[in-house]
Design a protein around this ligand. Sequence first.
Ligand SMILES: C[S@@+](CC[C@H](N)C(=O)[O-])C[C@H]1O[C@@H](n2cnc3c(N)ncnc32)[C@H](O)[C@@H]1O
Length: 226
Amino acid sequence: MLPVLKHHLWRRVRAAYYAFALERLPLGATLGRFVSEWETAQGFGDSPKAKPTWDAEYGDGRWAYMGQQHELTRYWTLIGYMHSLGRGREYLDVGCGEGLLFERFKPLDYQRFVGVDISDVAIEKLRRYNDHRTSFLSADGDVYEPDGYFDVIVFNESLYYLRAPVRSLERYAQSLKPDGCMIISTYTASRRSLAVLRDAKRTFKVLDEAKTTQGQNSWLCTVLKR
Ligand SMILES: C[S@@+](CC[C@H](N)C(=O)[O-])C[C@H]1O[C@@H](n2cnc3c(N)ncnc32)[C@H](O)[C@@H]1O
């Protein structure tokens, strides 16, 4: 097939996948893998990636920009919800990266904070924080089974990097305390992240949602309950 036709066909398959399927339909997972591979080949930045890619990106400092001022308001919106809804109790941060959220949140105090990320390189940078109430570990968020129960489980620009985001959310919801909630940050320029959020909202109750705009970028911060 001519490359231009193939490209056009893939764009349509991708649009249909996000409009209707995600991981829910039969063969949704397989289709999702093909779509991700195509997206990665096209240079999309919001598609699931293999662990060595994340390690290389953290090794190169690719994600350090998230610690700069132009992303600040998004972090403080998340932290505001985390503090008021979790009341300083138990937190799980899935896809915690280099701990940018944790470093800003920790002065507000907590009883337990667990961060998981697929990248060993990112987690290695957080090793110095591990103590009796803080732990950072490398694990694949698509299959990780949390230990105990949490007041808040947060996905800060990480949920849409999971291969089965909504199925994973359903699994994480089992690790919430009765009053617990999940907080999701969604970059609004990403088709994938908006499709994931749409399906998450069909599956869970929306307790609250705030939109943050800084410069050219906007993010939704959504609080979900079982
Ligand atoms: C855009 S970064 C956000 C990092 C972090 N939440 C922050 O605010 O700095 C996405 C993160 O998701 C992590 N990630 C991607 N796929 C993952 C998976 N399957 N399991 C766990 N973490 C994953 C990446 O390693 C990366 O740290």
